[in-house]
Design a protein around this ligand. Sequence first.
Ligand SMILES: [Zn+2]
Length: 448
Amino acid sequence: MPKKETDKYWDPVLETLPPKKMKDLQFKKFKRIVEWAYLHSKLYRRLYDDAGFKPEDLQRWEDISRVPIVQKEDYRQAQAKDPWPYGDSLCVPLDDVTEYHQTSGTTGQPVYQPDTWQDWEWWAETWAYILWAQGFRKSDRVFIPFGYNVAMASWASHYACEKVGCEVVPGGILNTEERLLKIKELKANAIMATPSYIIKMAETCKKKLNIDPRELNIKKILCAGEPGANIPLTKKRMEDAWNTKVYDNAMATEVGGWGFECTSQPGGLHVNEAFFLVELVDIDTGDPIEELHIPGKIVITTFDRYAQPCIRFDTKDISMWGKPCECGRTFRILKGGVHGRADHITKIKGVLFNPLSVEEVVRSTPELADEYLLEVKEEDAAEVLILKVEKRPEVSLSREALEHNLARQLRLKTNLAFRIEFEEYGTLLRPEVKVQRFKDLRLKKVRG
Ligand SMILES: [Zn+2]
């Protein structure tokens, strides 16, 4: 039956499945992909044999936590073997691969990502859940302001838009001003981009084109690729600048688009549990966490993607379970979305520190521009935290007063002292894609 614009769910059965039935479905799918990987992937067979695990050991739900966790580094090592470029991680004949992508490489050598045509249709289908939940419909004209290349996100969102029936405008090649003018000319009513670029576009629109972004009548913005849309004050800055709704999402090249915010904006992400098993595990012990509001590391299994399976993948991201959403979907909620990376959470002067907490303070200070840079380094054997910010030119408050307020707020939030340095307005980098605002320059990094 064709979908109607007013339909609430992309799949009304799966999105409202009672939790017990969902668990049964997940366990069946989990077993199936583990058996597939053990049979077809030398990487997984090696990993499981080394740990003394066999697929037939999976008898009940609790056995899932016995399955060895796979790391990004395992893919890298498997891909260093023949046949090039996917080596031991490929589960299908090389000729069946139709899509090549790769991870961004921000944490080392990129992981190559093969997909078959069936896998690629799976991408569009899983992303369609995201788009539908955020109100994307046939009547929308969606602008994607990036040049697509070997990265996954723009391609996946593009094809999903087509599947849902939206009209898609690929905005590659153009610079930021030209993209904004194209949005205006075509009356595009939705944008997909990283939070950094959404902020940069709004600034460029005001400063270079002398146009208030609110006049462009953007109805919704889909954000992905980095934190921002899950930080309430950053989200508010974006929503105010464009006078629109901004929706957070979570995806990874190796995993898929696994988490999304719905139009009810419950303060977190729905996990698409029909296609992914998301587990939270204790950062140190690896024990499963089922209780609400306890931070844990996100471990994900992708059920229905076959060329390079992703089974109990260590995302190194942190989150916590939250209360059910009022939209009616039974897909569970990760409160606050992805809180940051486990390997960025570190001890400074003996205090556990999450760099994202600084973003909340910067965004809640209206005198500051949106960009900032955070560094931790050693000076005379002592650890120093340095926050580089820009004061907005129209602000009359003195730097000293601003510095004082900021230092106080940061101390309250993090229990740490910061050195605050002011950069000239507009000189901190305004990046388009994934941005690394925290630099740990200490010789010996300390894990939390
Ligand atoms: Zn919801």
